[in-house]
Design a protein around this ligand. Structure first.
Ligand SMILES: Nc1ncnc2c1ncn2[C@@H]1O[C@H](COP(=O)(O)OP(=O)(O)OP(=O)(O)O)[C@@H](O)[C@H]1O
Length: 480
């Protein structure tokens, strides 16, 4: 029946050492054909059971018509296929999101698991160095699960015993190109398991219009754009400090203005005050009337405004001591957000040493003690090096817009952020594609999130000023 059984070739193998006539001939134990047949049948059955166990829906879809065809007639089988098929098509036409959730993404995941990941798994793991070859055996990380969302494939992997996240994070380029994606991000799913994110398309490729001003009064987190997974990007400002770094034209202004826009109802209600430091005089001056007399442009004014914020902070700390440990915004003690555009002008590039010291000391005091008493700092800068902003580590939350050099990514977001996929140096310099696109690393999570800030254009800022001044006859600065 079988002309050749597995193992037959081995008996013809002959090896010799190169320099002697010693001949090695392997001892071949003849296995009876029936045992081989039994082993193969067992493997086939086990594979079938595994397939049904892993893909019960697909198995049912194939098995039910086949059984009906055999049991009843082909007409019954056809009816059994047509009725649910029509329901699915109707669902796809009239309720696309539901169809995609229950059917579309699952089918796509099934297909991509087989066609993209399973097919290329062995070569990609071997070439990237994530597989191991020990005593003649290949050990591959296990491809556990593939799910698809509207924009990415989420691949769960069981690492080889002894591997660590860094082994994978160091090879994100190999993985991305190996599986035909433009990038790959690595996050920890649980002990020994990783989630690899391979984007299929860029949901942030198109600029976002300014978020509408809500009626609801909120101190945050404020919606300022969109995350890569399609959910709103909400930035927490109350109870933290935020550092925004990005090269010139990266879109720092859109983060600052979107934040102010989101806080506007609370500013109107007196629960928030925005104090603006605008040493470049280009960004915040545009909506100057929103800040009243809490606006500073020259270094002297900036130093005074920062010291005034420190005074507010210390006065509150004296009052709250022993009574409360967190701040709740009220009209008497509103949340104070100190917005600093291009903070390096006030620190590294400041020629007056006295002013530089005063400003640095005030910023350090605010960022170390401000958040518990309701004083937060939102600072933007172009150059994230330590000698430019020595206190960058005092900002719990960091945002990296487009950066010029790859080393700057870890300077802003912290060690290992770039390895985990925060490719801020790869963001497009074309404003329509890349301005406002950023990676965020929050105090609470080591995994960088890709986001895009909504673009608040000049007309939007003018509207904000008009709405604000119409609703607030006496500006917030009066009496401060
Ligand atoms: N979120 C955004 N979406 C789309 N386009 C944007 C966005 N933000 C900014 N832009 C575009 O990019 C240009 C530069 O933006 P912006 O002035 O905010 O950058 P910046 O980082 O503040 O630069 P600089 O440091 O030189 O002031 C804007 O004129 C606008 O055309």
């Amino acid at each position: 029946m079988f002309k050749k059984l597995p193992g037959d070739e081995a008996q013809h193998l002959v090896t010799t050492t190169p320099d002697t006539a010693v001949v090695f001939r392997p001892a071949v134990l003849h296995t009876p054909a029936i045992i081989t047949v039994l082993i193969f049948t067992w493997r086939l059955l086990a594979g079938l059971i595994r397939l049904i166990w892993r893909h019960p829906i697909a198995a049912t879809v194939i098995a039910v018509p086949a059984v009906l065809c055999w049991w009843a007639s082909w007409r019954v089988a056809l009816a059994a296929v047509t009725v649910p098929g029509s329901v699915l098509i109707a669902c796809g036409l009239f309720h696309r999101a539901l169809f995609l959730h229950w059917v579309g993404w699952r089918l796509l995941a099934f297909w991509r698991r087989i066609w993209v990941y399973r097919r290329h798994w062995h070569p990609v793991m071997t070439v990237s160095g994530l597989a191991r070859h020990v005593h003649g055996r290949d050990y591959l990380p296990h491809l556990a699960h593939v799910t698809c969302t509207s924009w990415a494939d989420l691949v769960t992997v069981r690492m080889l015993t002894g591997q660590c996240v860094k082994d994978w994070a160091d090879r994100v380029d190999h993985l991305a190109h190996g599986f035909g994606a433009t990038s790959c991000r690595v996050t920890v799913a649980r002990a020994g398991r990783l989630l690899l994110i391979f984007p299929r398309r860029d949901p942030l490729a198109v600029p976002l219009p300014a978020v509408p001003i809500l009626d609801e009064v909120s101190v945050g987190p404020v919606e300022i754009g969109r995350c890569e997974d399609g959910t709103p990007w909400r930035l927490k400002v109350h109870g933290t400090h935020v550092l925004v770094a990005g090269a010139t034209g990266a879109g720092k202004g859109s983060i600052i203005w979107s934040t102010i826009r989101g806080l506007l109802p609370a500013v109107r209600a007196g629960l928030v005050q925005v104090w603006a430091l605008d040493p470049k005089r280009m960004e915040l001056s545009f909506g100057r009337s929103l800040f009243g007399d809490r606006y500073a442009a020259t270094p002297e004014q900036c130093a005074e405004l920062l010291e005034a914020a420190v005074a507010v902070m210390q006065e509150r700390a004296d009052r709250f001591a022993g009574l409360q440990r967190t701040h709740t915004p009220t009209t008497e003690d509103p949340f104070v957000l100190v917005v600093v555009d291009e903070v390096a002008f006030l620190t590294a590039y400041q020629s007056d040493k006295g002013l530089k010291l005063r400003i640095s000391a005030a910023l350090a005091t605010l960022t170390t003690q401000g958040r518990a008493v309701g004083v937060g700092v939102l600072a933007a800068l172009q150059d994230p090096r330590k000698d430019v902003l020595s206190i960058r580590n005092l900002f719990p939350d960091k945002i990296a817009l487009r950066l010029d050099e790859s080393e700057q990514v870890d300077m802003v977001l912290g060690d290992g952020a770039r390895d985990r996929g925060a490719l801020a140096d790869h963001i497009s310099p074309i404003p329509a594609q890349g301005a406002g696109v950023a990676y965020v690393r929050l105090e609470t999570s080591p995994d960088p999130i890709r986001v895009r800030a909504a673009y608040v254009c000049d007309v939007d800022i003018r509207d904000m000023v008009a709405v604000f001044t119409a609703a607030t006859p006496s500006l917030p600065g009066e009496g401060a």
